[in-house]
Write a protein that binds this ligand. Structure first.
Ligand code: NG6
Ligand code: CA
Length: 519
């Protein structure tokens, strides 16, 4: 029996019942298997190493993330696999370096599903271990069978459901790419039959306004570069779309919407172990947070988006507590790549930095081969097993998270799956401070780097030193090999390749072997 008393007689409890279900209070003891903690990956978008208060940011308050760090481990040497989203996410969820596969660059909104259903993903791993699994928020790994062939007005031919996710509520790509609708369990959420959806990345649909031709319709944000195609919610995007009607998202509600769905999933699965990949839209462009966050800090919309991200984290943590799950839930918070200031919208992010360095002390930003491209914040909290108040400088790559979490839940991985992922659970839980011997980083121009605790090698590349198509970011390109001593400031300013030829050769050899799959 769920309700012993009429709800009206118990006003405070009634509130609790409504929000979290009647049995929540007893959950701690009734959970079936204490050895199987819930696992939540909170994956921010373009959140830089320096963007959180607990990592030195002074302009935006991030109390919820700070608390997460206080109650667990704050890492200072964690690398995303790539300096952009799609390859980072591909690598995280498959344990395979994206650069081993073609077509893993920043995906269009109508890309076919990049991870193929035959691949064994992190979600498959959890599902087979008896977990309920969910992907909520930004997807950016393609949907359906082949690029450009999706019918958005019917169930999609392939979706995260085919990759081990029991539930998904996702954005197909990014907020700056059409289609601007959520996909829930393989179909457009809140589908509006009166407004069939068409999507093209080649040509506009007759009569549809664009940012380029109709700037007067851009009442929320204007582009600074690119992003001048279809207009949704007063913001022009990449790609063309028609229709959508009631299903179209409002940017200011995205954080609320995905957070609500995440909490709903947690409530529904509070009595069984669950794995939730919660990938926020914040702080990617277009940055247009809810009005309760707008105008609240000196950094403008980019700062407001960071505050909104912090709010989402706080909501997830509050839900865990109310559900009685906080103790035995492993929360991992990180970002998919380094930060970017002007990424294509006139949101004054650059003008309003107010002395803030989004990448913290690191050179370069998102897209770059320098450390700012892949060095990301990372926090682990699991009160049941991880001592609080730790700071760790152990060298970690997100490529290892699949095998490491597999170790945690004693998963059996099929031969050949997660080929690049190593079991390094102790690093994540703070019980093993042995550095990963090397980490491979992928820049947006496909340049690979090798980072060890003490050194960094960037392979030679003839491309330009600065990004040429918009953002003011150093690429890290140089036509000769670059070797940096990372023992001191690690600012990648002095190329010491000629002084340390043996070290250079050692790192080049690592890269050669990793490329060949021999290391
Ligand atoms: C770039 C977009 C940028 C962002 C990025 C992907 C332009 C001019 N810029 O091409 O705004 O969307 O792709 O970002 O189109 S990521 O974090 O999802 O990888
Ligand atoms: Ca990103």
């Amino acid at each position: 029996m769920k309700h012993l008393f009429p709800m009206a007689l118990l006003p405070s409890l009634a509130c609790w019942h409504t929000a979290y279900g009647a049995e929540a209070v007893q959950d701690k003891t009734s959970r079936p298997d204490p050895e199987k903690p819930n696992v939540i990956i909170i994956y921010a978008d373009d959140l830089g190493y320096g963007d959180l208060q607990c990592y030195g940011d002074k302009n935006v308050e991030t109390p919820h993330v700070n608390r997460l760090a206080d109650e667990g481990i704050r890492f200072t040497n964690v690398h995303a696999v790539a300096a952009t989203s799609t390859p980072s996410r591909y690598s995280l969820l498959t344990g395979e370096y994206a650069w081993r596969r073609p077509d893993t660059d920043v995906a269009a909104g109508n890309a076919g599903m990049i991870i193929r259903p035959v691949q064994f993903t992190m979600a498959d791993m959890f599902k087979h271990a008896g977990y309920a699994t969910a992907a909520i928020g930004k997807w950016h790994l393609g949907l359906g069978d082949q690029t450009g062939t999706q019918d958005w007005n019917a169930p999609l031919a392939a979706s995260p459901a085919d990759l081990g996710f029991d539930y998904h509520y996702i954005m197909a790509a990014t907020a700056d790419r059409v289609p601007c609708v959520f996909i829930e369990n393989g179909e457009v959420a809140n589908y509006d039959e009166s407004a069939p959806i068409e999507v093209s990345y080649k040509k506009n649909f007759p009569g549809e306004p664009t940012g380029k031709d109709n700037p007067e319709l851009l009442y929320n944000l204007k582009p600074s570069h690119g992003h001048d195609q279809s207009i949704v919610n007063g913001i022009s995007r990449i790609g063309y779309m028609k229709g959508g009607g009631k299903a179209l998202w409002k940017d200011e509600n995205i954080a609320d919407s995905i957070t609500t769905h995440a909490i709903q999933f947690m409530k529904q699965h509070k009595d069984e172990p669950f794995f939730m990949y919660f990938a926020t839209n914040d702080v990617h462009v277009p940055r247009f947070p809810h009005e309760r966050f707008r105008g609240k800090n000196p950094m403008g919309l980019r700062g407001d988006a960071i505050a909104q991200f912090d709010w989402s984290v706080g909501q997830i943590m509050e839900a865990l507590e109310k559900l009685g799950l906080a103790e035995n839930t492993l929360v991992i918070l990180s970002s998919d790549n380094g930060p970017v200031v002007d990424d294509g919208y006139d949101d004054r992010a650059e003008e309003l930095l107010n002395g803030h360095s989004p990448a913290g002390p690191w050179r370069g930003n998102k897209y770059s081969a320098f450390e700012g491209g892949t060095m990301v914040p990372a926090i682990v909290r699991w009160p049941a097993k991880v001592a609080k108040g730790q700071v760790s400088d152990v060298l970690i790559s997100q490529i290892d998270w699949m095998a490491s979490l597999g170790e945690l839940i004693q998963a059996r991985l099929p031969k050949g799956s997660a080929p690049d992922s190593q079991k390094r659970l102790g690093n994540l839980l703070g019980t093993d401070t042995t550095d990963r011997p090397w980490v491979v980083e992928l820049a947006s121009n496909h340049v690979l780097s090798v980072r060890t605790k003490d050194w960094k090698y960037i392979e030679p590349n003839d491309g330009p030193a600065m990004i040429t198509w918009g953002p003011k970011i150093e690429t890290g390109n140089c036509s000769i090999p670059q070797l940096y001593d990372m023992k001191g400031k690690g600012d990648e300013r002095e190329n010491v390749a000629t002084q340390y030829p043996e070290k250079l050769f050692e790192l080049q050899t690592i890269l050669r072997k990793v490329r060949a799959g021999k290391l």
